[in-house]
Design a binder for this molecule. Sequence first.
Ligand SMILES: Cc1cc2nc3c(=O)[nH]c(=O)nc-3n(C[C@H](O)[C@H](O)[C@H](O)COP(=O)(O)OP(=O)(O)OC[C@H]3O[C@@H](n4cnc5c(N)ncnc54)[C@H](O)[C@@H]3O)c2cc1C
Ligand code: FES
Length: 256
Amino acid sequence: MMLEQKVKITSHQKIAPQVFLMAYASPQMAAQARPGQFVHLKPSGPGPLLLRRPFSINRVKGSNLFIMYRVVGRGTSLISSLPKGTEMDVLGPLGKGFEISRKYSEHVILAGGMGLAPMQFLADRLKAMKLESRIFYGCAGKKEMLPCPAPGKIIATDDGSCGYKGFVTDAFLTCIDKFKKPVVYACGPWPMLKRTAMICRQHNIDCQVSLEAFMACGVGACQGCVVKGVKEYVTVCRQGPVFDSREIDWEQEFGL
Ligand SMILES: Cc1cc2nc3c(=O)[nH]c(=O)nc-3n(C[C@H](O)[C@H](O)[C@H](O)COP(=O)(O)OP(=O)(O)OC[C@H]3O[C@@H](n4cnc5c(N)ncnc54)[C@H](O)[C@@H]3O)c2cc1C
Ligand code: FES
């Protein structure tokens, strides 16, 4: 059930250049949240931010929900200046998260750049369910790398400054045959998601992708976030943000 609440920031810190980790307390949202879901937030009261901004739930610890975000424009810049104790208006948890099934023998997480944001929560949940998971994390270079505490993770950097030199999808491809019955969960930029979907299609691997789209309402009312599915247009906020990669018309929508 979606909640609308006034919550208080319980911690807020810079963790990498332009990247912040924020937590707020909400026992009800914490109890309901599923990996892959997101929240739609803005500071409380009248202010310069009219529209809410969508952020994946990065982690849940006790009654705290964590958000890991990059400052890209006006909204995230304003949010980054909010001190601990600030009241925010939050709608959530929203959307459809990752579907976790025990029918797979390995759970493979592919994260590109800020696409790491929802994956810590997913990895925590898989661990709690005693399911075997492996994270592949790709970023531009060592300087852009985000903290990713998963043991055994495989790092890929575009410039080769750390780990595998190349895209995270290629790092995955080099060891794809080692997995017996995997499922892939991916989040990152569109070209990375499309490449992941193509690789999984060719190897007959089930794949779930977390999509990003511009959002106004966040609840399926404005049609602002539609993307082309294979059968019909789908709303990322309500029918997603997580989709089976076979549901998306990658060629028509993105032509990449
Ligand atoms: C489901 C979902 C989960 C997300 N999770 C994260 C996350 O965990 N961490 C993170 O760093 N970013 C995440 N994003 C992207 C984040 O919402 C945008 O970076 C942010 O809204 C930009 O706002 P801004 O005001 O700083 O930028 P501006 O460019 O000034 O924004 C102007 C308008 O465009 C919208 N907008 C801009 N960029 C995006 C975008 N990429 N997606 C959706 N709306 C956008 C804003 O809501 C606003 O209405 C997520 C997006 C979606 C859709
Ligand atoms: S943001 Fe309004 S329908 Fe998705």
